[in-house]
Design a protein around this ligand. Structure first.
Ligand SMILES: [Zn+2]
Length: 111
């Protein structure tokens, strides 16, 4: 299910009103950044989405999140109903060089 306005408000609280990528205040102009890009099968669900400035979102482009980003995301989401999309946790355990394949397999396993 797509991100609702309620989800967005909760995300804003969990992120302390800051952009996930640069840590600066973001406010009402926040865009949805899909940690696993939609172009690669990333879900349009709160569990795969963070709030970010448009410029930070664009700068990130279509790369996969780093282990540091996934861990920070999982920590923010702890005890939150928004959750963490399982392929993100699978990616955390990927062998170096095998990240894309690991994500593709984890997404396939959801179906
Ligand atoms: Zn930013």
């Amino acid at each position: 299910m797509p991100v609702t306005p309620d989800d967005t408000r909760l995300m804003d609280v969990l992120q302390g009103g800051r952009c996930f990528h640069c840590g600066e205040p973001v406010g009402a102009k926040a865009t949805f950044d899909h940690l696993i890009p939609q172009a690669y099968g990333g879900a349009d669900e709160p569990a795969n989405v963070v709030l970010a400035h448009r410029r930070c979102n664009q700068k990130k482009g279509d790369r996969l999140p780093t282990p540091e980003e996934i861990e920070r995301f999982a920590a923010e989401r702890r005890r939150s109903r928004l959750g963490v999309w399982p392929p993100l946790l699978a990616l955390l355990k990927a062998e170096p060089g095998d990240e894309w394949m690991t994500v593709a397999r984890a997404i396939a396993d959801l179906r």
